[in-house]
Design a protein around this ligand. Structure first.
Ligand SMILES: Nc1ncnc2c1ncn2[C@@H]1O[C@H](COP(=O)(O)OP(=O)(O)OP(=O)(O)O)[C@@H](O)[C@H]1O
Ligand SMILES: O=C(O)c1ccc[n+]([C@@H]2O[C@H](COP(=O)([O-])O)[C@@H](O)[C@H]2O)c1
Length: 200
């Protein structure tokens, strides 16, 4: 599963687990994008996003995290990652999990046609995005649709909540919240959890 994961939230984790079960995957590899060229906002350092993704997934034996894109220089293109995985994992069938918003933009990605030949793309439903638009681009035949319990959680809302001092508990894993506060991410002070959070 590819993503910016700035930060990783329960919408990502539920989507990954649903894909694992429904598609019958042995493993879901989370691939934090090193330099996501289509994100409009200033993205948190790749190392911090990578570590939060590790913290969020560590307890699940079916989940792992790849450094492939974090360690690659320049803008991040999924096609490069899929070429690399195809070369390394010759006997493995590859699926690329994305949410509805990402898949609706896939034709703007670098070498999108090749990317779709290298892996089967799995598009998860996401509140606020209508996957029927895939029909307009002749993509329904080439993309596997995945029904995910609707979670209207986004990283941008989580970042805004941190910055405004509003709760993020139950939207992101506790470990990710603690890491973000410890490192002063998203407008937090860098002094760890607030007293109210520690009591909770
Ligand atoms: N709540 C959700 N339900 C289903 N899919 C999701 C959800 N949140 C994110 N995704 C999918 O996960 C992938 C990675 O998402 P990303 O890291 O950009 O998070 P985001 O919440 O969309 O971030 P931002 O709000 O900063 O744009 C994308 O393919 C996205 O569509
Ligand atoms: O390859 C591309 O050109 C490309 C353009 C935009 C997004 N992607 C990938 O799509 C995934 C979801 O992207 P995002 O921006 O929603 O986090 C992530 O793995 C990105 O690297 C890939």
């Amino acid at each position: 599963m590819g993503g910016t994961f700035d930060p990783i939230h329960l919408g990502h984790l539920v989507t990954a687990d649903q894909a694992r079960v429904d598609v019958g995957l042995d493993e879901v590899v989370f691939v934090p994008a090193g330099a996501p060229w289509q994100k409009a906002h200033d993205v948190t350092s790749a190392e911090h996003r990578y570590l939060m993704t590790v913290l969020a997934t560590a307890a699940n034996p079916h989940f792992s995290v790849s450094r492939l894109e974090v360690d690659r220089q320049g803008d991040t293109y999924t096609v490069d990652t899929l070429r690399d995985l195809r070369d390394r994992l010759t006997d493995t069938e590859l699926f690329f999990i994305t949410g509805a918003d990402a898949i609706l933009n896939i034709l703007t990605w670098k070498d999108a046609e090749e990317a779709m030949r290298l892996a089967t793309f799995v598009a998860a439903t996401r509140p606020g995005y209508d996957l029927s638009a895939l029909r307009d681009h002749d993509l329904t035949e080439r993309v596997m649709l995945l029904d995910v319990p609707a979670l209207a959680i986004s990283s941008s809302d989580v970042r805004a909540r941190f910055a405004a001092g509003r709760p993020v508990r139950y939207l992101i894993p506790r470990e990710v919240e603690e890491f973000a506060r410890k490192h002063g991410l998203y407008g937090t002070t860098g002094r760890g959890l607030a007293a109210a959070d520690v009591r909770g």
